[in-house]
Design a protein around this ligand. Structure first.
Ligand code: NAG
Ligand code: NAG
Ligand code: ZN
Length: 433
């Protein structure tokens, strides 16, 4: 008896296997197809991504337009008109691009979107953030198939260049007349996976400043002791930066703040020395020395105070030092307020968001500041409330890491959560914008 049954089952499995590897069209295969389009820097294939997503939008019945604020960098804007288009709209944002991957360090090729037998889908972008792009579309597909009608118009934006700062993507988009005409009342952008049972939500980003300090001084023989050499002055500054770094890190180590709630500063390069044939001249004290740092400000850090610290303590002109700060985007909104979205009763969108998560049977961890930076800052600068949210729980945080992957069941659950969010947010009528 046993043998024929097993044989029969094996045959069914083989048939299923063959059909899944052919042209099956399911939420998972549609996700995999997007993941297989290589939109990693330095040469993201934006046009393939946009034409794929446009075809998806078409099959769902969404309006689509491609905007191009920088040549070769398309931005796809999809719209689902609400029955009351005069109400402020909802925006669901994600980025088309991803960071590069080193294929040799991966278990499966990073653009294979291979799904293992235990359901993990491996791809660059699986978590950051092609998952949310496709979940936005799948949720809308499901709502439309149930004849759900939004009151507010729902827009989905898929923007280029987030991973390289967003300056040719979201930054230009928010300044455009097309953006202004959308009248956005509330937006969702990317968040981060949660290793625990609760979803994470982010109400602010930290702000990156890249700064370089340079020291100049009298060169001299490597055997001499004298004051104010370039290296000596640079080392003094490096020590001062390190002390500041420790003071911030101590707060984290003492459990009084999370990593994202303090200012972080990390050295990323040191440059000095007089080059010789076999390396550096070891008996010359160089006349110039330079160091570069990645500084991350919290939303409430006073930028003037930070600039003063750099100018007076870390690169004082009286020690013949100079500095350069490269600010990566805005740190205050158009009213001069910190770029934070309120997560209390003062923000009705927060209440609708929270309620929608709960009615999907899910729980939220307390709202956090994102340690890194997203395009949300450009939206917040316009005074738009934005929450960072990527519905992945019980999931290791693998963005920008080797072997980035997402469990299929987690991905499918995320679609349901967005159905709850989109239906609640798009039908919310109370309060004022
Ligand atoms: C700054 O540079 C000037 C000109 O090279 C030099 O005379 C002076 O000693 C330097 N001062 C310091 C503090 O390094
Ligand atoms: C809500 O949060 C905002 C921003 O954090 C804060 O400024 C405001 O005072 C809070 N309002 C209430 C009612 O708690
Ligand atoms: Zn991202």
């Amino acid at each position: 008896m046993a043998f024929p049954t097993q044989h029969f089952l094996a045959l069914i499995c083989l048939t299923l296997f063959l059909s899944t590897t052919q042209d099956e069209d399911t939420p998972i295969t549609r996700f995999q197809r997007y993941l297989r389009i290589n939109t990693a820097h330095p040469s993201p294939d934006y046009s393939s991504a946009v034409s794929y997503l446009k075809a998806q939008a078409h099959s769902i019945g969404l309006q689509a337009q491609t905007l191009e604020f920088s040549p070769g960098k398309p931005l796809l804007l999809l719209s689902w008109p609400g029955s009351n288009p005069s109400l402020p709209s909802i925006l669901l944002n994600s980025h088309l691009d991803s960071v590069p991957a080193e294929p040799s360090k991966w278990l499966h090729p990073p653009f294979s979107a291979l799904r293992t037998s235990d359901g993990r889908i491996f791809a660059r972008g699986a978590q950051d953030d092609k998952c949310i792009a496709m979940q936005h579309l799948e949720a809308i597909r499901n709502l439309r198939s149930r004849s759900f009608q939004p009151l507010r118009t729902v827009h989905v934006s898929l923007v280029p260049d987030e991973e390289i700062g967003g300056f040719d993507g979201a930054a230009k988009f928010v300044e455009s007349k097309e953006f202004q005409s959308l009248q956005i009342g509330f937006a969702l952008d990317e968040g981060q996976a949660s290793p625990g049972d609760e979803f994470r939500v982010f109400y602010a980003d930290r702000f990156p400043w890249h700064f370089k300090i340079r020291a100049k001084g009298q060169p001299g023989h490597g055997s001499m002791l004298y004051d104010n050499s370039a290296m000596e002055n640079l080392m003094k500054s490096v020590e001062a930066v390190s002390r500041f770094r420790e003071s911030q890190f101590d707060v984290v180590k003492a459990g009084k703040a999370m990593n994202s709630e303090v200012v972080s500063v990390n050295p990323v390069y040191f440059k000095a020395g007089v080059v010789s044939k076999d390396g550096f001249a070891m008996n010359v004290q160089p006349s110039e020395a330079e160091a570069g740092f990645d500084l991350r400000l919290t939303p409430t850090t006073d930028p003037d105070e930070m600039r003063r610290r750099i100018a007076e303590e870390w690169a004082p002109a009286v020690r013949n030092m100079s500095f350069e700060i490269i600010e990566k985007g805005p740190i205050r909104d158009y009213m001069g307020c910190p770029l934070m979205t309120a997560t209390n009763d003062s923000n009705p969108w927060w209440l609708v968001f929270k309620q929608a998560i709960e009615s999907a049977g899910e729980k939220l961890f307390r709202p956090e500041i994102l340690a890194s930076t997203t395009d949300a800052r450009f939206l917040r600068q316009k005074g738009i409330p934005v929450l960072g949210f990527s519905p992945m729980r019980n999931t290791p945080i693998l963005l920008h890491d080797h072997n980035e992957h997402l469990q299929d069941t987690v991905y499918m659950k995320g679609i349901q959560v967005y159905e709850s969010l989109i239906s609640s947010l798009s039908t919310y009528t109370e309060g004022s914008h």
